[in-house]
Design a protein around this ligand. Structure first.
Ligand SMILES: C[S@@+](CC[C@H](N)C(=O)[O-])C[C@H]1O[C@@H](n2cnc3c(N)ncnc32)[C@H](O)[C@@H]1O
Length: 267
């Protein structure tokens, strides 16, 4: 089975078993959707009438919140079970949400320069070629469009387990290519999913090379010094799990020709 199909099956299973990642938006959240979506103030004051792509973001949360705020929403995801939640919740709330089953590295069903905002939660770890994902997002965003994304940090994906003394073990090379080996500490891994490590130069440098300017970067905090080993807050205290980026699509007319890659490792 291809890794895309493995991840589709894994996410169908997560959706069907009521995973925390398949948590739909609540009435309280829908009352103040931008506050909920945008704790850092990265979104414009209003998204009413804007075209928003919720990328790899099915599950009935982001799509319903953006639609509640008046945006024209498209959700792309590989998991039919996750997408079914977006359709069910949108229908229940009489909101319009377009759903599309596709992989984030092939958005050929979507027209060039057709979105004002692309919002992507943690998901790039599920594809091998991050550069291809960035190229597709760059293609479908309008000039000046906003790309908000969250990713797993490479160090967190290098962790394979814990010692008897509760020290985290970096057991996978930073330069690992291909699917990640299984880990015994699964705090930040999804069961049955195939994941890939993307290095900082790919996560941030690749974003700039794809025609974006980085406007902000944050590291969502998951640490708790009092948490017990095995709890994801314990691991989050030692290894930051995520990064979040706010990037702006530069104008196509002024975009410099892409510089030849100076990476010494193959992409
Ligand atoms: C962490 S969930 C995000 C959704 C959720 N609403 C949230 O933020 O809590 C990651 C999503 O990525 C999707 N996904 C995994 N691989 C994908 C791919 N190649 N293309 C598109 N979506 C993918 C999964 O189906 C899943 O819905």
């Amino acid at each position: 089975m291809s890794f895309i199909n493995q991840n589709k099956a894994a996410w169908n299973q997560l959706a069907d078993s009521g995973s925390v990642f398949a948590k739909v938006a609540t009435d309280t959240e829908c009352a103040e959707p931008l506050k909920v979506l945008d704790g850092r103030g990265w979104l414009p004051g209003s998204v009413r009438g804007l075209d928003v792509l919720c990328l790899a973001a099915a599950g009935g949360w982001q799509s319903v919140l953006y639609a509640s705020a008046g945006a024209n929403v498209t959700v792309v995801d590989i998991s039919p079970s996750m997408l079914a939640l977006d359709r069910r919740e949108a229908e229940r709330r009489q909101l319009k949400v377009r759903t599309l089953e596709a992989s984030m590295d092939d958005l050929s069903e979507l027209a060039e320069a057709s979105f004002d905002i692309v919002h992507q939660p943690v998901s790039t770890c599920y594809v091998a070629n991050l550069g291809q994902v960035y190229a597709e997002i760059s293609r479908v965003l309008r000039d000046g469009g906003l790309y908000i994304s969250q990713h797993k940090q490479p160090t967190s994906l290098q962790v394979i387990g814990r010692t008897d003394r509760q020290h985290y073990v970096i057991g996978t090379s930073y330069y690992h290519q291909g699917p990640l080996p299984p880990a015994t500490d699964t705090s930040y891994r999804e069961p049955g999913a195939t994941e890939f490590l993307h290095r900082w130069e790919q996560l941030v440098g690749g974003l700039c090379r794809a025609g974006f300017v980085l406007e902000d970067l944050s590291e969502p905090y998951r640490g708790d010094p009092t948490a017990a080993p095995g709890d994801y807050h314990h691991r989050g205290w030692f290894v930051a799990p995520y990064l979040r980026m706010k990037a702006r699509r530069v104008n196509r007319a002024t975009q410099p020709a892409q510089a030849a890659s100076k990476l010494w490792m193959p992409q």
